[in-house]
Write a protein that binds this ligand. Sequence first.
Ligand code: XMP
Length: 506
Amino acid sequence: MDISPQIAVIDFGSQYTQLIVRRLREAGYFAKLFLPGELRQIGAPRGIVLSGGPRSVSDPDAPDLDLPFVESLGVPVLGVCYGMQLLNKKHGGKVEPGTTREYGPAQLRPEPGSVLFEGMSESSRIWMSHSDTCTELPEGAEVVGRNEEGVPVAIRLSESCYGIQFHPEVTHSEEGNTVIQNYLRLVDDEPRFRMDSFKEQLIEGVREEVAGREVVCGVSGGVDSTVLAVLLHEAGVKLRPIYIDNGLMRKGETAEVRAQFGELGIDIEVVDAGARFLAAIAGVDEPEEKRRRIGDLFVDVFFEAADEVELLAQGTLYPDVIESATSGSDASTIKTHHNRVQRILDLQAQGKVIEPLAELFKDEVRELGESFGIPHEILYRHPFPGPGLGVRVPGEVTAEKLDIVREADAIFIRHLKESGWYDKVWQAYCGLLPIKTVGVKGDERSYEWALALRAVVSEDAMTADWVELPPELLRKISNELLNSVAGINRVFYDVSTKPPASIELE
Ligand code: XMP
């Protein structure tokens, strides 16, 4: 499904590029990312934004821009950071390495009357991240903003072509959204990106792509696969949602997922493969080997159940697509590791895979889910890893250990929900440490497992911080765990940040 963007964002590799796209979409404009080499595929956007990037425009192999092509589109252009330097250079100005690298906050002093900074304060905090500077502007260009030392940080190269040295897309730039809004006012188009109308486009697109074929999809009860299944269901396609119970799910999870889908009017096929998974990882304690066996078996079990696939729907999201594109289409770098195994690549080559959510960010998927009436508790569930409790029981996984983790996790999560902490935490779980320690139970010596509680906040799972749960809450939780979960005599609270730790134990 290929939906043309209103604004094309050209990605020169900045860590903030995705944020530009999100800000434009939040402002109601459907924006999409393209690599500089994809310029001819951008369709007929009404505006072009050039992102920042880590390189210097003077590097011989720095990413380039086909300026005549961009100019031929006749739409407003905004260059951010590297984008500004590139515009300046391509228009005939000069860019030189700065004497110092400039990272972090600065002040923007807009020149009076500048359209790009209309409605902004006389001095506004902005976020810089660059080392090169535009030392000479091309003929006809003018400075429209300076920093507190009077150095130009914003230029106007032609009637509707601007360059800014700072990042309006990051929240540290106080009035960054006003800059984006002002740029969008130059664009000859209305804000049209609203989920209710986009939803209709998606449904229409799905119907066209499916063209009467039967669609198989995997469901886990997580946000993406649930929204995907509901979208397909709403589009009225013949659907087979398959749920694999790998024996590594949480307490009561399979029944819950079945009931949740039932309420949404969707019948799921449950494949009970717990015994096969436990047998496949019996005696394995090396984490990567464990993950590999779980992942491989998942694919086998799924395709056995699916049998002849006419069409497979995947819940791939926009960030996964961007990630694989910017890393040179190296499919192995995709995070969601089930999405690109050989079997699926083969189906893809035969035109038998659709990815209807591939245009959307996670928060947009949630918004879409809301518009379908999917309950809040499903859309805001904490993430749960593909290998399930397998990565929360370091070392050998046994049925006994899984039972302990299931019981404990249900208690921990119930307390978080009852105390209102569940929604403030990004992810929380119980893991079972691979050690037994000595304790006293009644008058007896005990020698039992140790439990770890983990609760983190994160933006994108790349970094995470542990959550300072109130001590009285931790006390309540640990009391209940020690009194009611058989097989443990100790509870630890994990106070490790990521990095250097990871969110999961394995
Ligand atoms: P780590 O442990 O790498 O986890 O800090 C980061 C986030 O990714 C989730 N995770 C996975 N999700 N399949 C998934 O779908 C996996 O194999 C997997 N491993 C980790 C983890 O729960 C956390 O949200």
